[in-house]
Each structure stands twice: as structure tokens, then as C-alpha cells.
Design a protein around this ligand. Structure first.
Ligand SMILES: [Zn+2]
Length: 99
């Protein structure tokens, strides 16, 4: 038998456009200050799209509030600049990205 997806668990991933993306015009260096644009999108999707079971906001990265390093989990980011932290592995720092 050929491999096939489990159709019962298929879902659709919706991503917002970047903060500086205005459709026809795109500007770099513009960043979202909070998650209000995501919350607005969730409400828009629920209001306008049929057959929606659940919509949730998901983050691929979390940023340490102290040093700006990025992690895949909130827990790792919380532990980043804690003295007890030893195992969390840094993915990349925001400072590296600015260059
Ligand atoms: Zn940190």
C-alpha cells in the first residue's frame, strides 16, 4: 500500500504577511510590536471562513527579554539569562541578524 496522509488530521496553516508588506509595496525594517495583528486575523478567519474548527496562534521562535536571543520554546527563552540555565541551545541572536 502506498503511503498517504491521515486525512482526519489535515489542517491549513495561515501566515500573516510581514509588518512592512503592504501588498504592492514592501518596506524592510518594520516590525510588529505585539500580537494584535494575529488576534485580528483569528477573528477575521472565524467571521469570514466556513468550516473552521479551531484557529490558534503559534510561534516558531521566542525571544529572551534580556539579551534578544531566539529559542524554539518559551521555556528555553525564559531560562536564557537565568544563572541556572545550562542546556538551552541558542538558535541565533538578534544582533547577528541585524548585520
Ligand atoms: Zn538571554
Amino acid at each position: 500500500m502506498k503511503t498517504k496522509p491521515n486525512y482526519e488530521y489535515g489542517y491549513i496553516k495561515v501566515e500573516p504577511r510581514g509588518a512592512g508588506n503592504f501588498g504592492l509595496v514592501s518596506m524592510s525594517g518594520i516590525h510588529y510590536e505585539d500580537d494584535s495583528h494575529l488576534k485580528d486575523m483569528v477573528e477575521d478567519i472565524k467571521r469570514h471562513v466556513d468550516r473552521v474548527g479551531n484557529v490558534e496562534i503559534h510561534y516558531d521562535f521566542y525571544v529572551c527579554g534580556e539579551c534578544g536571543s531566539e529559542y524554539e520554546t518559551k521555556e528555553d527563552a525564559d531560562n536564557c539569562c537565568q544563572p541556572t540555565n545550562v542546556k538551552a541551545e541558542k538558535i541565533k541572536s538578534l544582533k547577528d541578524k541585524e548585520v
